[in-house]
Ligand binder design. Sequence first.
Ligand code: CU
Length: 152
Amino acid sequence: MKMLFPGLMFVMVIGFAGIRTAAAAGDMTAQTPVEVKVQLGDKDNSLRFFPATIELETGKLYKLVLHNPSPSAHYFSSETLARAVFTRKAQVLGPDGKTIAEIKGIISEIEVYPGGTAEWWFVPVKAITTNDLKCTVKGHTEEGMVGSITIK
Ligand SMILES: [Cu+2]
């Protein structure tokens, strides 16, 4: 019985170390992000998303890069996507491509101005299929600036 106690302590110490390691590995926001690029409009001012179909998977960290090369401001807006992801941050890039602002908290839509780029870093936590991706600038949805998003 006297010999059993040190052995038990050893098992407990190793056990707690194991729990700590498992918790760190479970931090999905610490992954290297999968980059997905979506262009809002184009130089000819087409009212489209390129691509208009986006496929994602739950549990992976994504860096959704939203670039607007067009002469008009555009929104990237999907209520269903916003409710199916955990947002780590959003970033605004300056003309040299360096981050000039970082926004934390819940994001539901992002407006990108002509020539601008924003990044939305998130981890999808729910499987969805939606056609509610749209640009909410007046008239753009009606002109076809819409898309679909699937999270598997
Ligand atoms: Cu638009």
